[in-house]
Design a protein around this ligand. Structure first.
Ligand SMILES: [Zn+2]
Ligand SMILES: [Zn+2]
Length: 267
């Protein structure tokens, strides 16, 4: 099977996206997408600015658009379920993600801003970034084993502000050791996204990093391309260079949703 334009990591005005659901659909159709899945941020009581605003209005709008665009694109109703988020009643797929540290009963964002991340490392982890990394990956491990998501979202979000290894050396022995321990404690053959959100914004590389990607590949993980779309323009993204790079990393196939079916295709 050849390359399929499909994206199931899509945010809209119902959470922290910048465009309406309908505008996202129109842009995806214009760019020849076969399948578009919506994945709002699940409800968390401590970060109501970024999570789903009103689930009933969301689902009503989704149902209206699903009928309206049924001849143009396959729409799916998914969720980006945070480790601490509320699981909705109905969904076509779950992207499981970790966005917060939970320390001493309080929640701190992993990816809100660089300044905020530094403050958290300093005040919560006594300035020891490796303690923050360990805490993050313990949550990732717990999330994978307990939420059992269909897709693992941005596996190494902890690197969000680590451009130029500003906070820690991603090639260091310490970091590799933490990754190895995490991978030992989760099953093989899972599906992880290759999340292009940060890369498309020009703020850093893809998730997972090159090292982690190879480690997951050795664990027979499947990979799914994901725009982590927050605005309609990203559907014009050209995947050619990324695919070339993935091939060089010895990745032979990718998977995606084609309608409700999860399918593999060679690259
Ligand atoms: Zn996320
Ligand atoms: Zn997202």
């Amino acid at each position: 099977m050849s390359f399929i334009r499909s994206n199931v990591h899509t945010h809209t005005l119902f959470c922290d996206g910048l465009d309406t659901m309908e505008d996202m659909i129109i842009s995806a159709v214009k760019n020849n997408y076969d399948t578009l899945g919506f994945s709002f941020h699940s409800y968390v009581c401590f970060d109501t600015d970024n999570c789903i605003k009103s689930y009933p209005s969301y689902i009503e709008e989704y149902k209206r658009l699903k009928v309206l665009y049924e001849n143009e694109i396959n729409l799916l109703n998914g969720v980006e379920l945070d480790l601490f988020g509320e699981k909705p009643d109905n969904y076509d797929f779950i992207i499981g993600s970790v966005h917060y540290f939970n320390e001493g009963g309080k929640f701190y964002s992993v990816d809100y801003s660089r300044k905020d991340f530094k403050k958290t490392v300093d005040s919560v982890f006594n300035g020891n970034v490796y303690k923050a990394i360990e805490a993050y990956y313990l949550e990732v491990e717990y999330m994978i084993n307990n939420l059992k998501p269909d897709i693992i979202g941005h596996f190494d979000l902890i690197t969000r502000f680590n451009k130029n290894n500003d906070f820690f050396d991603e090639n260091s022995y310490e970091y590799k050791k933490i990754l190895e321990k995490t991978l030992l404690n989760i099953p093989d053959y899972k599906t992880a996204e290759i999340n292009l959100g940060r890369f498309i914004k020009g703020e850093g590389d893809i998730y997972p990093s090159q090292n982690l990607l190879s480690m997951l590949n050795e664990k027979h993980f499947k990979f799914m391309l994901s725009l982590d779309a927050h605005r309609k323009e990203v559907f014009s993204f050209d995947f050619k260079e990324i695919i070339k790079r993935l091939k060089q990393s010895n990745i032979k196939s990718l998977c995606c949703y084609k309608g409700n079916n999860l399918v593999d295709f060679e690259i």
